[in-house]
Design a binder for this molecule. Sequence first.
Ligand SMILES: [Mn+2]
Length: 430
Amino acid sequence: MAELPLSPDVIDAENEKRARYLQRSYEALGERLSWHGIDIEAVTAKVAAFTVAVPSWGVGTGGTRFARFPGPGEPRGIFEKLDDCGVIQQIGRATPAVSLHIPWDRADPSELKAKAASLGLTFDAMNSNTFQDSPGQALTYKFGSLSHTDRAVRAQAVAHNIECIEIGRAIGSKALTVWIGDGSNFPGQANLTKAFERYLDAMTEVYAAVPEDWSLFIEHKMYEPAFYSTVIQDWGSSYLAATHLGPKAKCLVDLGHHAPNVNIEQIVARLIQFGRLGGFHFNDSKYGDDDLDAGSIDPFRLFLVFNELVEAETARGESFRPAHMIDQSHNVTDPIESLIRSACEIRRAYAQALLVDRKGLAEAQEANDAMRAPDPLKGGFRFAVEPTLAKARRRAGGAIDAIGTYRASGYRAKVAAVRPAVQGGGGGIV
Ligand SMILES: [Mn+2]
């Protein structure tokens, strides 16, 4: 562990300044929770065990379709991206795994593994990319990939997904996430039924290459880059594809991939009920696929999603283990800070959901008491759980004040001095 990017002395010194305040506030919250028959140590232990993977592409500045404004010290390749992911984990202690994106992160698997291990990191789901053309690629994905009208293009996309699985096997990943941009911009441009048939045929070939102990995550998205129709546009299409393919296939819910005001927590409940919830891409949005920091716009919605997850966790126990990943695009913040903060907010929603009075909620629901039923639910949301989050971080060697400690470390200035500015780079909204 000698290669950790931040000196533990910096974290210790910053923690020392806040240790007394944390202890007092932790004891106060513990007393308050005890009035409700809740053991704060049990909550803190669950929070500490909750992890979420960070996306390799999230540590670079993303940008929009209009422009990208690079920040100082951006990582120039996957190994520097892993360094930044190591910082996020060292401070926040909630993100021990990184989700790679091929071809952006293509590198020698043994070097990837060694680098990650030196930082105390592992690899989460692999992400294929057939929504853009790569240098040297034989056929273009301009008019689609896995659902393309041309069999040769579909075969190229299938081969790419199989390569992602092979890289994933070599680095210890256990899942492949497939999101395609395939669709059409104009009514009549594509045969809606045939496009889905071709997608299912191609995905059947990908599915056959998925190892038995892996999951195949199907990610839906309502629109963009196609603006009229998208082949896997909603959770219904995703669910149909997953059931068509087999038990290794599951639906991945990216919180930004729905129409505004859609009841995402109900979609989550449906997918749990029928055993097809694969996992999440956490982020937040106001209008569309904004890819803003998790919990930054609508923390109550994030909480409601976690309410469903805790409900399922309570009923199903250890067998219920959806994948947690962050998928964000950072345009105006230091991406490391956004990812540290987002992981904190995701844990906060989880902790608040743990504090819902489930017995009281169930009783009010059975009694059709529409006025009282929201009380036990919102009661969880109203708890100020920061002391449990900070305690979990500190006990694992992380920072009480995550953002403050990161800034005090001077990491950004240090890497800015040795990493020349890059143009382009692997960012974007996916
Ligand atoms: Mn996503």
